[in-house]
Design a protein around this ligand. Structure first.
Ligand SMILES: C[S@@+](CC[C@H](N)C(=O)[O-])C[C@H]1O[C@@H](n2cnc3c(N)ncnc32)[C@H](O)[C@@H]1O
Length: 293
């Protein structure tokens, strides 16, 4: 909210409405702003209706993947993306995002389209499963996990969250010693990222989101995975006319400055915030202010 600095009369786009926490905070600071919100999860629409009920006329919901945010009309003074999975999605057993509950192994954010996690695991090429478990999940024992998944095809063990979590825990059992996270945590994250093509959607959305800003408008992105944060950092450096990474050999003259970086380093949750909200642990916030249009 400090970076977006919402003001009455201005227009904002929340690309990841989720439970509406950010949207509500924005409206509390600027009750006479215009708010457009998106979420690919159809369940978010109902929560939006409840929030917008008090704000007649100035709130619009778009039940869309943010990779299509060019379909939302208008320009904005602030665009917010808080990517990844919502607490609602994690806490509703039937959505299949969590190994804490036994449910169909689904993991789709948009339940109207695409393949469930079970279908992805049964039918994808081995290389796709490897990418999910190794690269998106960052599972150190990915090789064993992938072998176990391929071997379990056709047995029904990939169909439900609990049998899938058990299979992963057998393939990569927890190390002896103090209890860490569940051994399937990383694999579940990786499969979820693959099933929802989360990195592809972010890559498509960043330039569209920046393109939607008015001069002086702010793009703020919160990510929860190092691959996403790297993508956001590179994109924001690019529009700020800075080298995108250490290997960027372009001269200053070859780079165009279209924005000012508002966060030199990613903003991370304080220890107190992590204690209050453990799910914030891996969050990284970055923001830019557009200077051209
Ligand atoms: C971390 S939650 C957002 C929580 C929200 N900021 C709040 O305050 O409650 C992420 C939300 O983004 C949505 N989402 C993730 N990827 C998306 C995409 N490509 N397009 C649209 N919505 C997406 C998810 O469905 C989920 O509801």
């Amino acid at each position: 909210m400090t970076l977006l600095a919402p003001q009455d009369g201005r227009a904002y786009l929340d690309c990841t409405f989720g439970g509406g926490g950010h949207a509500a905070a924005l409206l509390a600071r600027a009750p006479h702003c215009t708010l457009d919100a998106m979420d690919r999860d159809p369940a978010a629409a109902e929560r939006f209706a409840a929030l917008a009920g008090t704000q007649v006329g100035r709130c619009h919901f778009h039940s869309e993947n943010f990779r299509h945010l060019d379909r939302v009309p208008g320009r904005f003074d602030g665009v917010l993306m808080d990517i990844g999975v919502s607490s609602y999605q994690l806490d509703v057993p039937e959505r299949g995002f969590s190994f804490r509950f036994d449910a169909p192994n689904d993991m789709r954010m948009d339940t109207r389209t695409g393949r469930s996690a079970a279908e992805f695991l049964e039918r994808s090429e081995r290389s796709e499963i490897e990418r999910a478990v190794r690269d998106y999940g960052e599972e150190p024992r990915w090789y064993r996990v992938v072998n176990a998944i391929i071997a379990a095809r056709g047995t029904g063990r990939l169909a439900r969250t609990s049998s899938f979590a058990e299979l992963v825990a057998e393939a990569a059992p927890p190390a002896p010693g103090p209890r860490g996270p569940h051994p399937a945590t990383r694999t579940f994250q990786g499969i979820r990222i693959a099933v929802n093509d989360e990195l592809g959607a972010l890559a498509d959305a960043l330039p569209l989101a920046f393109g939607k800003l008015n001069a002086g408008g702010v793009l703020a992105v919160i990510s929860f995975h190092s691959l996403e944060d790297r993508m956001v950092k590179r994109y924001m450096n690019e529009v700020a006319g800075r080298p995108v990474d250490r290997d960027d050999a372009r001269n200053q003259d070859d780079r165009v400055k279209r924005a000012e970086l508002l966060t030199r380093k990613a903003v991370q949750p304080s220890v107190a915030e992590q204690e209050r909200n453990p799910r914030s642990r891996s969050a990284r916030l970055r923001a830019v202010r557009r200077i051209d249009v």
